[in-house]
Design a protein around this ligand. Structure first.
Ligand SMILES: *[C@@H]1O[C@H](CO)[C@@H](O)[C@H](O)[C@H]1NC(C)=O
Ligand SMILES: *[C@@H]1O[C@H](CO)[C@@H](O)[C@H](O)[C@H]1NC(C)=O
Ligand SMILES: *[C@@H]1O[C@H](CO)[C@@H](O)[C@H](O)[C@H]1NC(C)=O
Ligand SMILES: *[C@H]1O[C@H](CO)[C@@H](O)[C@H](O)[C@H]1NC(C)=O
Length: 388
C-alpha cells in the first residue's frame, strides 16, 4: 500500500472517530405490545446510566402497559435522553401498583431529557376519580411522573393524560425546563394538579397546554426563580402559588414570572393562597404580565384565608408575608363579579403590590375586593381598584 493511501486511511479513521465520539448512542428499548415495558426500560436505563458515553433510549411508537418504574442517577455519561414515542399505560386499577411508589420516578440525573412526542396515560379514569370522591385514600394513588433532584434537564413534547393524582411532581434540583408539554384530565377529577413544583431553583414552563381538575401549576415552598410563559390553562383552578403556611419550616417562594399566558374557563386565574392561623412564611417577587382571561371565575386572587372544606380556623390570621407582587396587562372576561380579590392577612399585610393596566369585564358589573393591602396603581384599571 502506498504511503499516501495509508495516510488517507488513518486520516479518515480519525475523522470518523472525531465525528462519532460524543455523539449519543441510540438504544431501542425492546417494548412489546401487551407486555409490561417497565423491566425492559429499567434494564436499558441501568446500562445507559453506567456507560461513559451519552445514550438516547427510545421507546418506539405503539401502546405498552407499564406497571411502575424508578430510573435513578447519578449517571456516568454527560447526558442521557429518554424518548417516549409511544403511549405508556398505567394499570387501570390503582391496587395493582405499589402504593408507596409513584408511577414513573426519575431521580438524581444531570442533563436528562425526556422527549419523543409520546403519551403517559395514568388511566385515572372516571372510576378511580369516583372512588376518590367516596373517600378512597388519595395518598394511595400514585402521581403520574415524579421528577426529583434533576439538574439541567428538559421535558419536551410529552403528553400526560388522566393521572390518578398530581400529574407531575417536580421536587428538588436546579434548572429544569418543560417545553411543549401537554396535560389533560377532566375538570371534575379531584386533586389532579398539573405540575407541582417545590424546593427547586431555576425552572421554566413554556409553550404548554394544561387542562386538569385542580391547579394547572401549583408552586410549593422553596421555589426560586420560575418562569411560566406561553402556557394555556383550562379547565382547572389556575396557576397558584401555595397553598402555603400549613406546615412549619416552609422555605420562601421567590421569583415567579408568569407571562403571555391564557386562562380558559378556569376557577381562578393567577392566585396566591395561604392558610389562616398559619406558620410563618415568605412569598416575594411574583409578577404577572400579559395574561388573557376567558370566562374565568376569579381572574386575580390573593387569598390569605384559604381554607377548603373548613379544615382550619380563620380566627387567627395567616403569617405568610406576601410582597413585591405586580399585575400588568391582564385582560379578558370574568365569570363572576369578583374579578380582583386581594384578601391579604391582617397579621402581615401585603406590601409592594402594584397593579398596572387591567381590563376585566363581567356582564352586570365587575368589582374588586381588598383587605390589608394598599396597591400602587400604575395603569388604567377596569374595574376600578379601590382599597382603603
Ligand atoms: C440548563 O439546562 C440546559 C439543558 O441541559 C442547558 O442547556 C443550560 O446550559 C443549563 N443552564 C445553565 C445556566 O447551566
Ligand atoms: C426568568 O425571567 C427573568 C426575567 O424575565 C430572568 O431574570 C430569569 O433568569 C429567568 N429565569 C429562568 C429560570 O429562566
Ligand atoms: C401576549 O401573550 C400572547 C399569548 O397569550 C402573545 O401572543 C402576545 O404576543 C403577547 N403580547 C406581547 C406584547 O408580548
Ligand atoms: C408525588 O407527588 C406527591 C405530590 O405529588 C407527593 O406527595 C408524592 O409523594 C409523590 N408521589 C406521587 C404519587 O405523586
Amino acid at each position: 500500500m502506498k504511503m499516501d493511501t495509508i495516510i488517507y486511511c488513518v486520516f479518515t479513521f480519525v475523522l470518523f472517530l472525531l465525528v462519532h465520539l460524543g455523539e449519543s448512542a441510540e438504544v431501542k428499548v425492546p417494548a412489546k405490545p401487551g407486555k409490561d415495558v417497565g423491566p425492559a426500560l429499567l434494564k436499558a436505563w441501568e446500562k445507559a446510566c453506567k456507560a461513559k458515553t451519552p445514550s438516547t433510549l427510545v421507546i418506539p411508537k405503539g401502546t405498552y402497559p407499564m406497571t411502575q418504574v424508578l430510573l435513578k442517577g447519578p449517571c456516568k455519561a454527560s447526558s442521557i435522553e429518554l424518548q417516549i414515542q409511544g403511549t405508556l399505560k398505567a394499570p387501570p386499577n390503582p391496587n395493582d401498583m405499589e402504593c408507596k411508589k409513584e408511577w414513573i420516578t426519575i431521580n438524581y440525573v444531570d442533563h436528562f431529557t425526556l422527549s419523543g412526542g409520546g403519551t403517559l396515560d395514568g388511566q385515572g379514569n372516571v372510576k378511580v376519580y369516583a372512588a376518590k370522591e367516596k373517600g378512597f385514600k388519595s395518598d394511595k394513588l400514585p402521581n403520574n411522573l415524579s421528577l426529583n433532584f434533576l439538574k439541567n434537564s428538559v421535558i419536551r413534547d410529552i403528553t400526560t393524560l388522566n393521572s390518578k393524582l398530581f400529574h407531575v411532581n417536580l421536587f428538588g434540583g436546579k434548572n429544569v425546563t418543560f417545553d411543549h408539554f401537554t396535560i389533560k384530565a377532566p375538570a371534575d377529577s379531584p386533586n389532579t394538579d398539573g405540575i407541582h413544583i417545590a424546593k427547586i431553583v431555576d425552572v421554566t414552563v413554556k409553550d404548554s397546554v394544561i387542562g386538569t381538575g385542580d391547579d394547572c401549576i401549583s408552586i410549593g415552598d422553596g421555589l426560586e426563580n420560575l418562569n411560566i410563559t406561553g402556557v394555556t390553562c383550562g379547565p382547572g383552578h389556575g396557576i397558584s402559588v401555595g397553598s402555603l403556611g400549613k406546615t412549619p419550616g416552609e422555605e420562601p417562594v421567590k421569583g415567579v414570572f408568569v407571562k403571555d399566558c391564557k386562562f380558559i374557563g378556569t376557577d381562578n386565574g393567577v392566585r396566591i393562597k395561604t392558610w389562616p392561623n398559619s406558620h410563618p412564611g415568605v412569598v416575594t417577587d411574583i409578577h404577572y404580565e400579559n395574561i388573557t382571561m376567558k370566562n374565568v371565575k376569579n381572574p386575580i386572587v390573593i387569598d390569605q384565608e384559604y381554607c377548603p372544606n373548613n379544615e382550619c380556623s380563620k380566627q387567627k390570621p395567616s403569617k405568610v408575608k406576601i410582597s413585591k407582587v405586580s399585575y400588568k396587562d391582564i385582560k379578558g372576561t370574568s365569570a363572576t363579579k369578583e374579578t380582583v380579590i386581594l384578601a391579604c392577612s391582617s397579621g402581615v399585610p401585603c406590601e409592594d403590590v402594584e397593579i398596572g393596566e387591567i381590563d376585566l369585564t363581567f356582564k352586570g358589573g365587575a368589582k374588586t375586593i381588598c383587605s390589608n393591602v394598599k396597591p400602587k396603581l400604575t395603569g388604567k384599571q377596569c374595574p376600578k381598584v379601590t382599597c382603603k
